[in-house]
Design a protein around this ligand. Structure first.
Ligand SMILES: NC(=O)c1ccc[n+]([C@@H]2O[C@H](COP(=O)([O-])OP(=O)(O)OC[C@H]3O[C@@H](n4cnc5c(N)ncnc54)[C@H](O)[C@@H]3O)[C@@H](O)[C@H]2O)c1
Length: 252
């Protein structure tokens, strides 16, 4: 894959789970990795793991839904590297969600999920696109979810937010194409990470696996290479797209 080493790759929500896995993958490919999250201590542990692979790593404690926090992070990235080539908008309120019928979702929780999952993606992109524009090259990868294609019940704020991410991806692709910046959405299926969660019961997981063309569990290794492709030169003519990586459960 054409993926020049040494790019500056910014990954939000990288203190655990899939964001951490993407950070390790980009480090192995020889990129400079910036990991962002709310969880400072976990972020430091990830930075240590990334550096152990020989890569440069800048950990930044950031709330992606907070304008000044995001702007400070962008300034720190500019000061450290003077550029940003790839942005993976992965941070979301996800594994901590309690599943419940939509009428029972507290309004403050609804607002928080939309703020982090939608506004956070907007703010991060707004803050880092100027650094991509300078070099007329950039990759924005927005993490959505196959859960919204499935219309999974009982976390309406989450599925709504992930649908919005696809809409944002399409409009941004049109706005940023002239600057050599591609914008694509990644839609993973239910993926096991080291983080326990209650958004999929064992029975639901069995049902989902039975509906997949490739009938096995999904892991971070199924997503890392796709993210790497979307960040590479090989995906230069792919933009505005929704890439579903769920073993063939949903088709778009
Ligand atoms: N794991 C799956 O099954 C699956 C499936 C489809 C889509 N996704 C999406 O993939 C992404 C990663 O999933 P995961 O399983 O690693 O989730 P996770 O909940 O384990 O990790 C999310 C990370 O985002 C961080 N975060 C939350 N709010 C933040 C904020 N305001 N600012 C900065 N960081 C914040 C958390 O601290 C956490 O480290 C999410 O966007 C999720 O919606 C996951």
């Amino acid at each position: 894959m054409r993926n020049s080493a040494g790019r500056v790759v910014v990954i939000t929500g990288a203190a655990q789970g899939l964001g951490r896995a993407y950070a390790m993958r980009f480090a192995k490919e020889g990129h400079r990795v910036v990991v962002l999250d709310l969880q400072t201590q976990a972020l430091e542990r990830v930075a240590t793991e990334v550096r152990a692979l020989g890569a440069t790593c800048l950990p930044l404690t950031v709330d992606v839904s907070d304008v000044s926090s995001v702007e400070k992070a962008a300034a720190a990235i500019e000061q450290e590297f003077g550029r940003c080539d790839v942005l993976v908008n992965n941070a979301a309120i996800f594994s901590t969600i309690t599943m419940r019928p939509f009428e029972q979702i507290p309004v403050d929780e609804w607002v928080r999920v939309l703020n982090v999952n939608i506004t956070g993606t907007f703010l991060m992109t707004r803050a880092l696109v100027p650094l991509m524009r300078r070099h007329k090259w950039g990759r924005v990868i927005n993490v959505s979810s196959a859960a919204f294609l499935m219309g999974r019940p009982n976390y309406l704020h989450y599925t709504t937010s992930k649908a919005a991410v696809v809409g944002m991806t399409r409009s941004l692709a049109r706005e940023l194409g002239p600057d050599g910046i591609t914008v694509n959405a990644l839609l993973p299926g239910a993926t096991d990470t080291e983080v326990p969660r209650e958004t999929v019961t064992p029975e639901q997981k069995r049902q989902q696996i039975a509906m997949r063309c490739i009938q096995r569990e999904e892991g971070p290794q199924d997503l890392e290479g796709v993210v790497s492709f979307l960040a590479s030169d090989d995906s230069a003519f792919v933009t505005g797209q929704s890439l579903v990586v769920d073993g063939g459960y949903c088709f778009v």
